[in-house]
Design a protein around this ligand. Structure first.
Ligand code: CP3
Length: 347
């Protein structure tokens, strides 16, 4: 069993290279994935234990990464709360019955996690029998899931979300609470089925001002961390565009923080406790660059974090769908072949 990832996440990777896995490591850049997408809709894939297992394993076999991330989607939580979810070509997720009014919030049903995630939990159990690296489960953070439920899909300006939050903060909070409850149930059941770490994706945390982030996001992270604490499963928080708040996030004591690419990792390490693992933050656009540039930049990042026992290599956001397979392989290989600079103190 390769436990590098869990060791680094617990801050105990003293002697070996940093572990590596990539957000969106299973996806459209892979021909095998594209072949499956010709046969099945995304929703069919997210609900089929067999396809979840197959797609989760694709990058493990092909790239040799140190952790697997479950093939699923953060928006299954919205579906479990009665939202009619589809994915449309060129448009991304679409929710046919968005939450727009206060009545819509009041009318949200009790989440049906068991029914809506049956394939997910079955897939997790099957994966644990097959994998020799840890399996990461995940959910969206409440704000990000709420934004899709309110906007009805992807949105550039997030107008409806912002207006609901400002004009009706109590109702917005009620919506976040309902979503948090569904997320907690979903994560507890993922853990019961066998995932060994959790990542929370707050991809749209960046739309909030600091005050609103403190008011709405931080307490929702805390609620989820508190609920999962008895399981002892480590939780990583990825909040896009939250660099200025890393100290506040770290104060909640998650196992790790996943850092997006505009940040300097050393600055983050200096700002937060050494108990909190740092994951990231290779610029995903660099996968368009030439092989030698990719290797040079990966090594530069590894040099910067050298000797840090709580560092996990990853991208600063997901792999883009149009990068080449060989670029993705180059990144992983570069992490694995890095030779530490013995003269560099690193910390
Ligand atoms: O990382 C992985 O390989 C695991 C699987 C995974 C998916 N979605 C599968 C997926 C994970 C971790 C997610 C999380 C997710 N989903 C997020 C948070 C992470 C982030 O990227 O910020 C968000 C915001 C979503 C919602 C979502 N799902 C959108 C906006 C889209 C369409 C746009 C896009 O990126 O393609 C999806 C579809 C989706 N989820 C795909 C995959 C592999 C694309 C599938 C396809 O078109 O074939």
């Amino acid at each position: 069993m390769n436990n590098l990832f869990l060791r680094a996440l617990r801050g105990h990777n003293e002697d070996e290279r940093p572990p590596v896995w990539l957000m969106r490591q299973a996806g459209r850049y892979m021909p095998e994935y594209q072949a499956l997408r010709k046969k099945y809709t995304l929703m069919e894939m997210f609900h089929s234990a067999e396809l979840i297992e197959q797609v989760t394993l694709l990058p493990i076999d092909m790239l040799g990464v140190d952790a697997a991330i479950l093939f699923s989607d953060i928006l299954l939580t919205a579906e479990a709360l009665g939202k009619e979810l589809t994915f449309e070509k060129g448009k991304g997720p679409v929710i046919a019955n968005p939450v727009r009014s206060l009545e819509d919030i009041a009318a949200l049903p009790e989440p049906d996690i068991e029914q809506g995630h049956r394939g997910v939990f079955e897939g997790i159990r099957a994966l644990r029998k097959r994998l020799d690296v840890p399996l990461i489960g995940f959910a969206g953070a409440p704000l990000t899931v709420a934004s899709y439920m309110i906007e009805g899909g992807s949105s550039k300006d997030m107008k409806h979300t912002r207006l609901l939050l400002w004009d009706h903060p109590t109702h917005f909070q009620r919506l976040l609470d309902r979503i948090s409850q569904a997320i907690i149930q979903c994560l507890q059941q993922q853990i019961q089925a066998g995932v060994q770490a959790i990542q929370l994706f707050d991809s749209w945390a960046q739309i909030l001002s600091h005050k609103d982030f403190v008011r709405f996001c931080l307490p929702s992270y805390k609620k989820i961390l508190d609920a999962l604490k008895p399981t002892s499963v480590p939780v990583i928080i990825f909040g896009r565009g939250t660099a200025a708040y890393y100290q506040e996030i770290a104060a909640l004591n998650p196992a790790g923080i996943s850092v997006d690419w505009p940040c300097n990792l050393r600055h983050v390490r200096e700002a937060i406790s050494s108990n909190v693992a740092i994951q990231g933050n290779f610029d995903p656009h660099l996968l368009y660059a030439s092989e030698s540039v990719i290797v040079e930049r990966v090594w530069e990042m590894l040099r910067e974090m050298e000797g840090d026992p709580a560092y996990i290599f990853n991208l600063g956001h997901g792999v883009f769908p149009d990068v080449s397979v060989s670029a993705v392989k180059t990144v992983v290989e570069a992490v694995k072949t890095y030779t530490p600079q013995l003269t560099h103190s690193g910390r």
